[in-house]
Write a protein that binds this ligand. Structure first.
Ligand SMILES: [Zn+2]
Length: 414
């Protein structure tokens, strides 16, 4: 049972509202912020009573009451269990409405994982879809799976679709503007799926999706400066700076993976030579292995990592070289952002006991000053992208950060 003596404002929702923007808030946007705060407290502390919400948020009981009525009417929240107390009233507890569900897809160059999640991040269905390189037929296959998941859950309300992409999405046009490993050109993924599914689609970068999933899990509570690095076919970076996820003007913030390290290095998918990702990605490890054993049949990264577990010297040499390059490149990241925490997501994390210390050693060797950032791995990078993609839908549709976006635009037009 939830404590009724909870101390005041240490909730995740309050922390995420940036005071720099709150100062600019109009009375209308202040109401939006209060609504976001209340929804976040319900999400992170459910089941909660209205009295608990008032205590945790510092808002008046009458304000809580009207916000909760609105959230119930919009189906974000439902009333459930009755709290049993020894004396006095037995308040009805509030929780997120788990009948409201979100479709999510984690798109990668050769496959997509399509899933159905409820508002609590629980998976109701999950399927792998092999993809061809033509974007129209790839999206057709993803939509087919989504349609069958919707048909199989007739009693749920579908709120929207979140897609994690191995690339960058322009926050204004919502178009994919950089995806060197996918090569889908300027195909309008968002509208292609919306036309078929009649649900709103939100696209997000895979690294940002993983970072958002970590934030929502509460693992980064108290951390305001963190970096998450996805190490798969390419290398992607997501940035939490001063408590905010940074996207930049065109959604391109964090493209350290395409920083040129060696102008004479191998050609990268982005068209340049010697980017960090051609030395530090999973594809780089496979290339290093092929250099040592040129006559072997091509491997998958999972096979290569499995060989390191079996102490194969060539496999260990290849992934060690990748780990060293990954650690060296983190110098750019720490110099630019000075994070407290660096989280690695992706293939190499499955053999972290062997290769994590190599990355750590390089990171320590290149520190300019101060304490070395804490290096760790994400909980479940396979599922994190799906959870993060779903969280983007929840965030946009429920109104999370709506007020900060409004305020940010006001700020730029001054
Ligand atoms: Zn590049």
């Amino acid at each position: 049972m939830k404590s009724t003596t909870r101390s005041v404002p240490t909730t995740r929702g309050i922390k995420r509202i940036d005071l720099a923007y709150v100062q600019l808030a109009t009375s209308e946007s202040a109401r939006d912020i209060n609504r976001d705060v209340v929804l976040e407290i319900i999400r992170s502390q459910q089941p909660v009573s209205r009295a608990d919400l008032a205590r945790a948020s510092g808002l008046q009981p009458s304000t809580i009451s009207s916000i909760v009525d609105q959230l119930i009417a919009e189906k974000w929240v439902k009333e459930g269990a009755i709290e049993r107390r020894p004396r006095g009233r037995h308040p009805t507890l509030l929780a997120l409405n788990d009948e409201l569900v979100i479709l999510a897809a984690d798109v990668r160059p050769k496959q997509a994982i399509v899933a159905l999640l409820d508002l609590n991040g629980r998976f109701l269905a999950r399927e792998v879809v092999p993809l061809v390189s033509d974007p129209e037929s790839a999206i057709g296959k993803i939509v087919q799976r989504m349609e069958s998941m919707r048909d199989n859950h007739p009693n749920h309300s579908f709120e929207g679709i979140g897609i994690s992409m191995p690339g960058r999405i322009d926050p204004e046009s919502r178009l994919l503007i950089l995806a060197p490993n996918l090569k889908w050109g300027s195909y309008d993924i968002k509208h292609a799926i919306e036309d078929r599914m009649q649900l709103q689609v939100e696209l997000t970068n895979a690294a940002n999706a993983c970072l958002l999933a970590e934030l929502w899990s509460g693992r980064l509570d108290g951390i305001r400066n963190a970096v998450l690095v996805t190490v798969v076919e390419g290398v992607g970076v997501a940035i939490l700076a001063n408590g905010q996820i940074i996207t930049g003007m065109y959604g391109l913030a964090g493209e350290f993976g395409h920083s040129p390290i060696d102008p004479l290095g191998p050609l990268c998918g982005c068209g340049q030579r010697g980017c960090w990702e051609v030395f530090a990605s999973s594809n780089a490890a496979l290339r290093y292995y092929a250099e040592i054993r040129p006559n072997d049949a091509p491997l998958s990264i999972h096979e290569l990592l499995h060989m390191t577990e079996e102490d194969d010297p060539a496999a260990i040499a290849a992934v060690s070289r990748q780990a060293t390059c990954l650690g060296r490149g983190l110098r750019l990241v720490t110099a630019a952002l000075s994070p407290e925490v660096i989280l690695i997501a992706g293939d190499i994390t499955t053999s972290w006991a062997r290769f994590g210390p190599m990355i750590q050693a390089e990171l320590e060797a290149t520190m300019l000053a101060g304490r070395t950032p804490q290096l760790g791995i994400t909980n479940d990078s396979e599922l994190a992208r799906l959870r993060g993609a779903a969280a983007v839908v929840l965030q946009r549709h429920s109104g999370y950060q709506r007020s900060t976006h409004k305020a940010a635009r006001t700020k730029t037009s001054l």
